[in-house]
Unconditional design. Sequence first.
Lengths: 101, 721
Amino acid sequence: MNLERLPNEEKLSLCRKYYLGGFAFLPFLWLVNVVWFFKEAFVKPVYSEQLQIKTYVKRSALGLLLWVTVLTTWITIFQHYRAEWGEVGDYLSFTIPLGIP
Amino acid sequence: MDLLSNKWIVNLLVCCLFIGVGCNSVEKKIYVHLNYTVPCVRLLNATHQIGCQSHLSGNVGVLHVLESEENVDWVLRSGPNPPYLVILESPLFTRSIMMKLKNGSSRVAGVAVVAPSANPLEGVSPHTTCPNENTGVYTENYDPSLAHCNVTVWNPLGSGLSYEQFDFPIFSLKDDNDTQVIRQCYMDHNRAVNGSTPQYPLCAMQLYSHMSAVTDTATCMRRNDINFSISPEMVCDPLGDYNVWASTRPINNTAKGHKMWESVVIAAARLDSRSFFFEVAPGAESGVSGFVTLLAAAHALRNATQEAPPNRTILYTFFQGETFDYIGSSRMVYDMQNNNFAVDLDNVHSVLEIGQVGLRADSRLWLHSDPVSRKNDSVNAEVRKLIESLQTAAKGLNVSVNEPGFSQPLPPSSFQRFLRARPIPGVVIEDHQSAFTNRFYESMYDNAEYLNISYPPNLTPEEQLVFVTDTAKVATVVARALYIQAGGAESQLEGINADPQIVTRMLYGFLIRSNNSWFQQRIPPDFMSHLSKPTNFYVGVAQQRSELTHLVQYLLANLTGSTNNVASSLQMYSYVWVQGAAPPNSTKREGFCVRSTVRLSKALSPAFDLRDYTSKNYSTWTESRWKSIKGRIFLVASHDLEVVDRVRAARFAKEILITIISVNPDLFKVLFGFSPFLYCVIFLFVHIIGLQSEKAQSPPQRDLPSPTENTVHKLLQTALL
């Protein structure tokens, strides 16, 4: 979809939909929001809805950063300690590698 | 359009054919596959994993034939092309060398041991010095001064190698032409001459023996049971098989538990054995000598127990899995305690076990008994009676039976599991007074050659079968002693004699060649195909029936049973149809039905029924599963050359694509949808570049065709224009 052709109100409503959708445990919507609307929010010359779009993009970026931190921490801990957790590690795993602890 | 699409299809097929044919012949030209590969596999128990492991994609190492123990330094420190795959001649396969290799395992890719054709002169045993020390009867609770072989170290030559964990694969090679090819490859390419480092390309070997299970039995059984993973994979299996048992008087097998008025003398022997490598377990002295003696004794007692039956019933039991913490005997005792067996522990009067009796120097036999239970007077009296029976039985046979003469615990034997349950009087017959006389206990050298079973040269297999190699005196002693112990009259003893012919044939069949006419006459017709495999006495996993167990079952049925044509009472007897011999004039065998009291009872450790995989009381041994076990040798190029070739190949592919695009810019879009022929050509081109780099890995004395870059460029120009 080409944002050039949309009127500003529709841009704002699209940004808001993506922002609100990300709260349903969908951080990729926030990623899309940030990447897609970055130009609109910070590079384009000022227009009336830009301020709101800017806040949505900033908040999406914040939420995204939070998710990335949480997931990275959990993935690091799990990959490192899965073998030591024994039974719990095996029940949390989807596929268990053969031949290595 | 039809003609055009046909043309594309034909072009595509021709391309694929070319590539397909090219691929296969290249592989055959590079690799020489090993035919005979015997790996060491991973076994797990409640606390440890033992054995060997390789990477999923095989371990590749530059070949090095180890010359001496000092040469290990080349492998571990000074050799310039790690990792090395060490070829060991069997005298060098010792604990010290293997431990050094284990510690330097980042530079060791694997070990291949060349098995000799003759036994070594000095004794070698990869088993531990104190076999089954944690699951016998001598624990701290029973008697701390006797635990952990404090009094007698049973297997002093034991190096414990079989119970070590290695991170690289260890294979066994036969000393034949294939191994000579390997040694020649090493001599030609890998040897450092006069201090200079060997130059690439070098001879290398790749060994695959990736084991799926890891850590210990509890972990691997848990991973077997996980239900919700997308691809449930079994990673290990418990060891086990079946025990074979028979009785002189028929016992009702469907009514389990205690039998009133039944007093049973158990005559026990062990069936199985092991070695460092998988499914190599000749077990001549450690297993075969014992159970062949008991089979012969059972045959000797057949007539006497029918005509003048003694008071007590004799129960012949052959336990499977005793090497791995007494799997068979612990299961039988457990079944007896839980009313799951035809008799109860209260029915057991005494136990006579036959241990290792093959190496009788000066025809002396030693009777071992348990000093702790003998502190009880009634037990001691019974043991004394049993020893006297044995001495009476040995009179006039030129065999001397004695007690060791000092207070000594029992050697590792199935009787220990019965003692763990309750103090039963019993004796274990062995040919050693204290430590084992068997210098090759549980090793691949414990074979017919060690028992001095030799035949004059130029005998056909049939003549070898009937050549008497043993006098069956031990079997006669055992048979007579069992008869007296069961309450029989001494007047009948003269008639009880074991047949040397039968002992000889069984030794021949179990140690040299099981596919002989005597065995063939005593098995059912559908078992014939199983006889052609070489006998190995490794217990194996519980799902897989061991041929040995069935062979013992059929032999025992033939030796103790009688011919009967009507299968009537299945509770008391078991019936087996054997194929018999062919009469002289025809080729069709005349089968007959044998009625006997021989039965199989499950020999799976109770730990797996109780799901107690960390049990300290029962055996918890499991064997890992694996995907493929193979090995191959090839010449390997230096790592730098591989990298350079790959970079060249990638650069070529890029150049071609750029050439195509520069000729016609739209061709890029067209390329990925509508011109399979061009795509094919590019793929072929890159593949040929790959062949050029593989040329550095070619085997000796072969040439690979390698088109030059110019000709392919020309090909491409003509295709485009």
